[in-house]
Design a protein around this ligand. Sequence first.
Ligand code: ADP
Length: 285
Amino acid sequence: MSYGSTDVLHGIDLDIRRGEIFALLGPNGAGKTTTVEILEGFRQRSAGEVRVLGTDPAHGDDAWRGRIGLVLQAWRDHRRWRVAELLTHFATYYPDPREPATLLDLVGLGAQADQVVDRLSGGQRRRLDVALAIVGRPELLFLDEPTTGFDPEARRDFHALVERLAREEGVTVLLTTHDLAEAERLADRIAMLVNGRIRACGTPAELARRAAAQAEVRWTASDGTARRERTEDPSQLVWELHRDAGGPVADLEVRRPTLEDAYLHMVHRDDPAGGGTPDVERPAA
Ligand code: ADP
């Protein structure tokens, strides 16, 4: 993909499987939105080959569009509608829609059915976005930074909903997020996109292992000093510590490399000067 003479995506090669929750993760400007917009059929690619549900998105028709659900970042229409009315209206666009009342319960908005959209909280609004996106029973759901602004409880509920859609109904989910914990919690596989290139793709555990093979063990020694050691075999070290202490080891902690380690490693490898700002706190657009 180029904008004018500037290439912003370079030879992205990616397969997303049916029923998979797949996360695109990367710093601001990496090309996540551009990628997703091409897949959604909203942006014409400059070159290359794309198939989404067997169709080139550049030529997707209404029937194809009806198999796809979108949760976009910003959504500011329909403020004066009541929640259930809006959903019932959207349901008429699809051949086999979900029943609106059941759907509101599914997304945890049963109590807000008669509320005006404008009066929903941010988290409730996002759940309504999801309800609108899945009312037509999509096979594929695009979620663009879906939980920005959620409190921890709303986030947990939302994650449970996405998992349920994928695991129980076989919906394929493509998620873009700057929330590493969210990607780690939800995604079967993650592609890390940096400067328009896929730097790594794999399960969260695979990516974490690629960043660092060693675990870090921390404990408090018998003289009260805090100690830490890196090791490939933390179980051996813990066994030795326990043996030497003749009993429990104080404040013992084993820290495996995390997805965050992998992410920062990839981003900084691409930018040796360290000038890049990992997009971990970007507010919603
Ligand atoms: P992300 O979603 O990962 O933050 P984007 O896909 O929005 O990244 O942007 C990728 C790159 O493309 C950035 O360098 C951005 O400035 C550039 N870009 C995005 N949209 C346009 C556009 N309409 N015209 C020109 N450049 C654009």
